[in-house]
Design a binder for this molecule. Structure first.
Ligand code: C2O
Ligand code: CU
Length: 488
């Protein structure tokens, strides 16, 4: 899972690339597609074996890493005993290849193979089943598309793939959340006011208007399938520079990334360059990615931790220079970490920059502004967009090529990472303050916040727009961005 590109490895990689580039076009076009298999494997979680879902590549590893300019040309096989469908989160494939059940294609039956072929967008992306219980069960993997700049940069790339893990199957996790909500709803006799949740689930502290941070106690928090009892140790050069590609694949957990003794620089969000921001702690919600450049201060072992928001649980990996002793780290911190970005302090300070994946759209007035009001409650466990759940939803409509602004407003006491398929958007306003914010595909709405994003409507098709908190999505927190053909 770790891309360790040392200086030597980098030279080898770039000469391999040069060789590829020198091949006649036809030969390259005929190169065999990559393969990807949805299957299961066994991992060890704190000494206990667990069978989890995974996406295997042709070399037996997880996920995919593409070279600059390489197309996403993949044959996906479903080796599971149930239907599945994979979404290429962060990519903009033709709608027919997007990977949401019924939008437009059905899921793949067991044993079925489907071919994909589209131009890949550079950056730190990922892929996952678009069936909530399978995503909760870990059917997800990194999808990294390296840019020319990545190849030229003298830095080691390290993927940090985060997950919240339960020994019970995803369906049971969901049942537990929905079931506990139903029970409490009955006990509370309608104390749920104005669509706001008035407390927390069993096991959580807090009452009144306190935000609900975490609604399920997972069994473990994983970085690259491991916990801090046996973390991944990545060998790095003394004083070297590392690019951490952090992906939050968790079903229902936001994390803070803490680079500890090694100063960090946030350089991209959701695969898109931003003006670098220095710091040692950056957060990310479900579905989001952060690229953080880390400078190693000399020799030693440097833990990179991911702290579960509002709690003591943590996971992570260790960057260690040759020969450095690696100490043990507890899976619980001393104190609860803060809630993630409640005041949009992090989001509000990000500014888009230009990269090989593109730059911010040129400012122009919106052709239309669409409202997306987020509501819901823990009891009953109901989450809606514009008052409706998926199935009863009214699509948000636009025409191809139009400049569209989507004004999200969260009227609930839980945060919602809102993800739009088929588009990259720019955050242009946080809590009423206009900014030239980050380019993203998933933006986090803390409780009671407002965020507006701008985009140019893409392919005329039905694109999913949903909360990336899997239990919320499973409860119906999804609508569609329906793009009609442009008028030209
Ligand atoms: Cu990452 Cu619609 O999902
Ligand atoms: Cu949500």
């Amino acid at each position: 899972m770790t891309t360790s590109i040392s200086r030597r490895g980098f030279l080898a990689a770039s000469s391999a690339l040069a060789a590829t580039a020198a091949l006649p076009r036809l030969a390259r076009a005929q190169a065999a597609p990559l393969t990807l298999t949805a299957t299961t494997h066994v991992i060890d979680v704190d000494g206990r074996a667990a069978t989890v879902n995974t996406l295997r590549n042709g070399n037996g590893g997880q996920g995919l890493i593409l070279d600059p300019g390489q197309r996403f040309r993949v044959d996906l096989t479903n080796a599971l005993a149930e239907d599945t469908i994979i979404h290429w989160h962060g990519q903009i494939p033709p709608n027919v290849q997007d990977g949401v059940p019924g939008l437009p294609l059905p899921a793949l039956a067991p044993g079925e193979m489907r071919s994909y072929d589209f131009e890949a967008l550079p950056g730190t992306h990922w892929m996952h089943s678009h069936i909530s219980i399978q995503e909760i069960g870990g059917l997800a993997a990194p999808l990294i598309v390296r840019s020319k700049r990545d190849l030229a940069a003298d830095r080691q790339e390290v993927v940090m793939f985060l997950d919240d893990f339960a020994f019970r199957p995803g369906a049971e996790v969901l049942e537990a959340i929905f079931g506990a909500a139903a029970e409490e709803g009955a006990n509370m006799g309608g104390a749920n006011m104005g669509g706001m949740s008035m407390g927390a689930m069993p096991g959580m502290a807090g009452a009144g208007m306190a935000p609900d941070l975490n609604d399920y106690e997972f069994d473990a928090y994983l970085a690259n399938d491991r916990t801090l009892s046996d973390p991944e140790v990545v060998r790095v050069e003394r004083g070297g520079r590392v690019l951490l590609r952090v992906i939050n694949s968790a079903a229902a957990t936001s994390f803070w990334i803490d680079t500890g003794a090694a100063p960090g620089r946030l350089v991209a969000t959701d695969g898109h360059a931003i003006e670098p921001v220095s710091g040692r702690r950056f957060g990310l919600a479900m579905g989001q990615r952060l690229d953080i450049e880390v400078e190693l201060p000399g020799t030693g072992a440097f833990p990179i931790l991911a702290l579960r928001e509002g709690a003591r649980q943590r996971t992570g990996l260790i960057l260690a220079t040759p020969g450095a002793p690696v100490g043990r780290l507890a899976g619980l911190g001393e104190t609860d970490s803060p809630a993630f970005d409640t005041d949009l302090g992090q989001e509000g300070m990000l500014r888009a920059a230009v990269s090989e994946a593109g730059g911010p759209p040129a400012p122009r007035p919106a052709d239309r502004t669409l409202a997306a009001v987020l509501q819901g409650s823990m009891r009953p466990y109901v989450w809606t967009i514009n008052g409706q759940a998926w199935g009863d939803h009214r699509p948000l409509e636009a025409r191809a090529g139009e400049r569209v602004e989507i004004a999200f407003r969260n009227l609930s006491m839980m945060g919602h990472p809102m993800h739009l398929h088929g588009h990259v958007f720019q955050v242009v306003s946080v809590n009423g303050r206009a900014i030239g914010g980050a380019l993203r595909d998933t933006v986090y709405l803390p409780p009671m916040a407002a965020v507006t994003v701008a985009l140019d409507a893409g392919e005329a098709a039905r694109w999913a727009l949903h909360c990336h908190h899997m239990p919320h999505l499973a409860a119906g927190m999804m609508t569609e961005f329906a793009v009609a053909p442009g008028s030209a």
